[in-house]
Design a protein around this ligand. Structure first.
Ligand SMILES: [Zn+2]
Length: 848
């Protein structure tokens, strides 16, 4: 037998079916349970090893194939979260039934089987219990083979208070009252064969939307009482996306019902438990008449993403955690397809450019990582839930899809899913299926993107009828390392010549290549459609031609890429800040919401980098770009405008009042907000966040208390987080301190506090206080917050743009390592380094 890693389970005994019976106590926050597992002993053994953590095991018995019962003893291995069950005789190969009785706690760390408390409609605190098992926390709820490759069937029974609702992955078979106990037994049907991390139990008071039929099964949205009216929007996209996927994949939804459940305390955005998807409230519950378009898009995205997982992840699952990207990149890619089909007017693939840019920001660092890398310990999988897995992964899949053609790509996916249904697969299996169905060299192409970190900068120059295209690694900080790296780059060319426009797709595998045309090109677009995961650097002559014909030669998403690539080149020192701002000056007539989004993000970054005197001058210049754009749209909605235009209005007003610090806009925002307080219909929903941003940026104690009260009494999850996170934008030191206190006082849910803290670190006028607070409260934060939130909170350190704060941050993380996010911390520090470096480089700006 190969040498066994201590944290991996032996494969000599495998589970086939679990019967799990749990009795949670929502008063004392604990539970008791019993599990009967049908196992196959494949090789003779005296002991069985499986996973368990934070559980007390009470009795262990094993029924032999002949019916005889053996009593076993359990020895816990806390370090590896395993338990070794020893028996008085050797277990010879065959089918056994393993029974374990155990007890555990409903913890407050938002993983395993955990507690959640919320205020009921009567104002009283109400208890609820939910689960979050991915990656490796099923073992905190019941002893199990807690690795994705040990797929099995689960039959769950929950014993709960009579008045409560119990939900699990499959439909309810029967509910029986248990006499004189005030309790009932809820028995659920068998699940499909699946991995432990997808098992779910939820117990509490719930109300649901009326079930709709989606792909032949009932679909409901469930929430704690008083909120079910916020579930209709999610039910609509839930149904639409489930039907979209069943059609796209050519395979029916694998479950027997689908519940989308909002949980008041939730560590991530949502979790794809088969048939019982759990969400944080902001990602599921929304009032479509009050929420902004961006907030609605977020709900549509997350619901579609989780539904996509029912096939990609649940039906076919990665063999081990190194393949997590297969699940997540695909679900992210599929979420775009479904939302784009549902609401084409949102132009979802265009706004995906914003996500792609976020991934390129991290992937342009030396401290980036490949999409797929070896994962040894399961705990290392925790570090994989980041923009590289989700957004870079989805971007390279989109690039591949566009290169192969949408139908060819889909056919390959169908083959892959059919071949590995109810089982596990690895990245290589996907390339096999795509190569088989498309006959294209998918593996060589994709290996260069999946197993290599970073991405190329494509340089383009023209010489007569020839254009020369070359690739080299893009880095914000160039130190000459990894310069030998090359990618298989799908180039999507659009070339303007005297006799018309030529479109051409080709694969650049070499360092450089010449392409000859019949006539000399007037202009060239290398990444047409902006599907490519690379940046483009045009020669001055070609750039001049493109800028002259910006609105004619380039689509909106291509203008996005031009601005975003130029900003990245500016941060990297390849383009001067003056040159970048000249491009911005030219963009005042821009009408696309995403192009503006990337410009506005760069303004915020400049605000963190430049000193006060520099920034004051820059703000005037930004005003001259933003004010005409706001004037063109006006402050009120026109009846003939689309949702994206309304969103753009909000974004521009917010930027004018905050980053451009425009007094007139600030005054007008105050007037509008007081009207909004009297009549919430008086201001367009897409403008409200801009008013809140401006009032928190400029306001004092009056606005602070107003916003705090609105946070506490919010009627929708979106309102609640809008006013909560606005508290991070005040500048008065006393108010900053008040918000800092809130992050640990219990007044804010631990699912939100780390992000409030991140906002404070990113606030230029609060950053020093926030940083010293973080340092002194570090242990308490680590005790209170969910593990996955700590590295995300620390992203705020990219705002500490002074040489002293940077040194301090570096020292701090040397002595306070974040074990679940080593890579992310390294990346945050490098992003900070890039900004501090720019601060030094731009010291003379704009004085020269
Ligand atoms: Zn996912």
């Amino acid at each position: 037998m190969a040498e066994q890693r201590s944290y991996r389970l032996p494969t000599s005994v495998v589970p086939e079916r679990y019967e799990i019976r749990l009795t949670p106590d929502l008063t004392l926050w604990k539970f008791t349970g019993e599990v009967n597992i049908t196992v196959q002993v494949l090789q003779a053994a005296r002991a069985i090893v499986l996973n368990a953590a934070e559980l007390a095991l009470r009795s262990v018995t094993m029924r032999r194939p002949d019916g005889a019962v053996l009593h076993g003893s359990a020895q816990l291995d806390d370090e590896n979260e395993q338990v070794v069950l020893s028996f008085p005789e050797t277990l010879t190969p065959g089918a056994y039934s393993l029974q374990i009785q155990f007890a555990g706690v409903l913890n407050d760390k938002l993983h395993g089987f955990y507690r959640s408390v919320y205020k009921g409609v009567d104002g009283q605190d109400k208890p609820l219990a939910s689960t979050q098992f991915e990656s490796t926390d099923a073992r905190r709820a019941f002893p199990c083979w807690d690795e994705p490759a040990f797929k099995a069937v689960y039959q769950v029974t929950l014993v709960v208070d009579d008045k409560l609702t119990a939900i699990s992955n499959a439909r309810v078979v029967r509910e029986t009252a248990i006499l004189a106990t005030g309790k009932k037994e809820v028995v659920f049907a068998d699940t499909i064969k699946m991995s432990t991390y997808l098992v779910a139990f939820v117990v509490g008071e719930f109300e649901g939307t009326a079930p709709v039929t989606a792909d032949g099964v009932p679909l409901r949205v469930l929430a704690v009482p008083g909120k079910k009216n916020l579930g209709d929007f999610a039910a609509a996209i839930g149904k639409a996306s489930l039907e979209h996927f069943s059609h796209y994949y050519g395979i029916a939804y694998p479950g027997d019902k689908l519940d989308l459940i909002a949980i008041p305390d939730f560590a991530s955005g949502a979790m794809e438990n088969l048939g019982a998807i759990t969400f944080r409230e902001t990602a599921l519950l929304v009032d479509p008449h009050k929420a902004t378009r961006a907030e609605l898009e977020r709900v549509a995205d997350v619901v579609s993403h989780e539904n996509a997982h029912m096939w990609f992840g649940d039906l076919v699952t990665m063999q081990w955690w190194n393949g997590l990207w297969l699940n997540e990149a695909f679900a992210t890619f599929m979420e775009m397809l479904a939302v784009d089909a549902w609401k084409p007017e949102w132009r979802r693939w265009d706004s995906f450019a914003v996500s792609r840019a976020a991934a390129m920001q991290v992937d342009g660092l030396k401290s980036t990582r490949p999409i797929e890398f070896p994962v040894e310990k399961p705990a290392e999988a925790a570090g994989m839930f980041d923009v590289l897995t989700y957004e870079k992964g989805a971007s390279v899949l989109r690039m591949l899809e566009q290169y192969l053609g949408a139908d060819n790509f889909r056919d390959g996916i169908r083959l892959y899913l059919r071949r590995h249904a109810y089982a596990n697969a690895e990245t290589t299996d996907l390339w096999d299926a795509l190569e088989e169905s498309t006959k294209a060299p998918v593996r060589a192409l994709m290996d260069s993107w999946i197993f290599q970190p970073g991405y190329p900068l494509i340089s383009v120059e023209k010489s007569g009828r020839t254009i020369r295209i070359s690739q080299e690694i893009f880095r914000y900080m160039q130190d000459g390392s990894d310069s030998e790296r090359k990618w298989h780059v799908p180039l999507f060319l659009r070339v303007g010549t005297k006799s018309g426009t030529i479109e051409q797709t080709l694969l650049l595998v070499e360092r450089e290549r010449n392409i000859e045309f019949d006539q000399a090109p007037d202009w060239v677009v290398v990444n047409a459609g902006a599907h490519g995961f690379y940046r483009v650097r045009y020669s001055p002559e070609l750039l001049f031609a493109l800028r002259r014909g910006m609105m004619t030669y380039l689509t909106a998403v291509e203008r996005f890429a031009l601005v975003n690539d130029t900003w990245a080149a500016t941060l990297a020192g390849l383009v001067s800040l003056t040159e970048y701002l000249e491009l911005i000056d030219q963009m005042a007539g821009e009408t696309d919401v995403n192009v503006w989004a990337t410009m506005i993000a760069s303004f915020h970054q400049l605000h963190r980098i430049l000193d006060d005197a520099q920034y004051e001058k820059l703000a005037d210049r930004l005003k001259s770009v933003l004010a005409p754009a706001v004037a063109r749209l006006g402050w009120t909605v026109r009846s003939d405008e689309g949702e994206l235009e309304s969103q753009l209005r909000g974004d521009l007003i917010g930027a004018l009042g905050v980053v451009a610090n425009d007094r007139a806009a600030q005054d007008h925002a105050r007037v509008l907000f007081s009207e909004y307080e009297k009549n919430s219909e008086s201001v367009d929903r897409n403008v409200v966040p801009a008013l809140v941003a401006i009032l928190s940026h400029t306001g004092g104690i009056t606005e602070y208390e107003k916003f705090f009260a609105r946070f506490e009494n919010a009627r929708t999850p979106q309102e609640e987080t809008r006013y909560l996170f606005a508290l991070a934008h005040f500048s008065d030191p006393e108010l900053v301190d008040r918000t800092l206190e809130l992050t640990l006082s219990g007044a804010v849910r631990t699912q939100n506090s780390p992000y409030l803290m991140r906002g404070l670190l990113l606030n230029r006028r609060a950053r020093e206080r926030a940083w010293s607070f973080l340092k002194t409260q570090w242990n308490e934060m680590n005790r209170q917050y969910p593990d996955n939130a700590i590295p995300r909170m620390c992203e705020g350190i990219i705002g500490l743009v002074t040489p002293d704060l940077e040194t301090d941050a570096k020292d701090f993380f040397t002595t306070h390592p974040v074990k679940q996010g080593t890579k992310q911390i390294e990346q945050h520090l490098e992003r900070l380094r890039v900004s501090v470096d720019c601060q030094q480089r731009w010291r003379e700006f704009p004085r020269v």
